[in-house]
Design a protein around this ligand. Structure first.
Ligand code: SF4
Length: 378
């Protein structure tokens, strides 16, 4: 059986099933999903909200293996993708200051700003250095006492504690030149927005595994109470399939609760030590999300006691934010379109020549579809 895909290629579903699910357990889970789907009276949309899930699902071809009535879509789970263009403008402007070294994880380098990427800014003379951990950024600050070293703080609750850890180390050491540009975002605020948005089809959530380690499975209780079943799952294909089964069972049983299927690492209350560290340095603030707009209490800003480490307070001229022309990242991040529905997908926008952030980041939905879901018929 050959099925046309949205990307213009076609897929031999049976061959895919054979190649991807040579494990007995995987086949059993798939059969169970098919059986449950028969009982559905209408198609359902289940959203995963973690960039790592997006890639795990794409790499295993799970989306295409779902029965017709079960649609898997990606949500706002890639931190670089949801970072608004104005924030990237700010990073580029700071990097242009002669006494500044900007330090960043590599996936931000090629994200477009209104005036170009950080990679282009570096080629133009800005001192921008890629780090593999916040400790690298601290070391650069120690090695360059006459310069301000600014770490670009992007990421959800998974990354934020490591940034708080670096701040703690800088404070302890009395390292005056280490700063951050605050841009961390928090869950589950955007999920609540999606649940309330009538233009978004959403019947169940595969909750982010890594973030849940920090915030705990109880963080989704409000969403479940609003009528959207939630399942916290791990990252192996069979973990995801088990989550799909749980959500379908909840939908069919007209239940809406939070099921924690990742109990080996996720506790109901999360990680208290990490939460305490975050709370020491940061307070919640309203934050702007690409595709979702401003969301109350969904970002982290430095507490006033740490204003001396806040690079957002440095005075720089900023351009009026300009989104890349034709890019539909906003809709991709809300799960209202799939990447191939963007006219630029694979036609002007690919991982080597990314137009939007969703194609740049290794966790981006467009990048995942481009790498894993453009399959050729066998
Ligand atoms: S394919 Fe490229 S241009 Fe289209 S939404 Fe994705 S990142 Fe944006």
């Amino acid at each position: 059986m050959s099925t046309p895909s949205n990307s213009g290629f076609s897929v031999d579903i049976n061959a895919l099933r054979e190649s991807l699910f040579d494990s007995k357990a995987g086949r059993v889970l798939l059969k169970q999903i098919e059986k449950l789907a028969v009982g559905l009276t209408a198609p359902v949309t289940l959203m995963e909200v973690c960039g790592t899930h997006t890639h795990a699902i794409a790499a295993a071809g799970l989306r295409r293996l779902m029965p017709e009535k079960v649609r898997l879509v990606s949500g706002p789970g890639c931190p670089v993708c949801v970072t608004p263009i104005g924030w990237v403008d700010h990073a580029v402007a700071l990097a242009a200051l002669p006494d500044v070294i900007v330090t960043t994880f590599g996936d931000l380098m090629r994200v477009p700003s209104s005036t170009g990427t950080l990679e282009e800014a570096r080629a133009g003379g800005s001192d921008i250095r890629i780090c593999y951990s916040t400790r690298d950024a601290l070391q650069i600050a120690r090695d360059n006492p006459e310069r301000r070293v600014i770490f670009l703080a992007v990421g959800f609750e998974t990354t934020a504690p490591t940034i708080a850890g670096a701040l703690a180390e800088a404070e302890k050491e009395g390292l005056p030149n280490f700063m951050i540009l605050p841009g961390n975002k928090t869950m589950p605020g955007p999920l609540r927005v999606l649940v309330d948005d009538e233009t978004v089809d959403l019947n169940g959530l595969l909750c982010p595994g890594h973030v849940s380690v920090i915030i705990g499975s109880d963080a989704y209780q409000q969403i479940a109470a609003a009528g959207v079943p939630c399942a916290v799952v791990g990252f192996a294909p069979n973990d995801v399939l088990t989550g799909v089964i749980d959500l379908l069972e909840q939908i069919l049983g007209e239940k809406s609760v939070v099921t924690n299927l990742y109990k080996r690492v996720v506790k109901p209350g999360g990680n208290p030590a990490a939460l305490q560290l975050l709370d020491h340095f940061f307070e919640t603030t309203d934050a702007d999300w690409r595709g979702l707009g401003p969301i109350a209490d969904s970002g982290l800003k430095l507490r006033p006691a740490y204003a001396h480490r806040d690079a957002s307070l440095i005075d720089v001229d900023l351009p009026i934010p300009q989104e890349p022309k034709g890019c539909r990242c906003g809709e991709v991040l809300r799960g209202t379109i799939n990447p191939p529905d963007c006219p630029l997908f694979g036609k002007g926008c690919d991982p080597q020549h990314a137009v939007g952030a969703c194609m740049v980041s290794s966790e981006g939905t467009c990048a995942a579809w481009y790498r894993h879901e453009r399959l050729v018929t066998t």
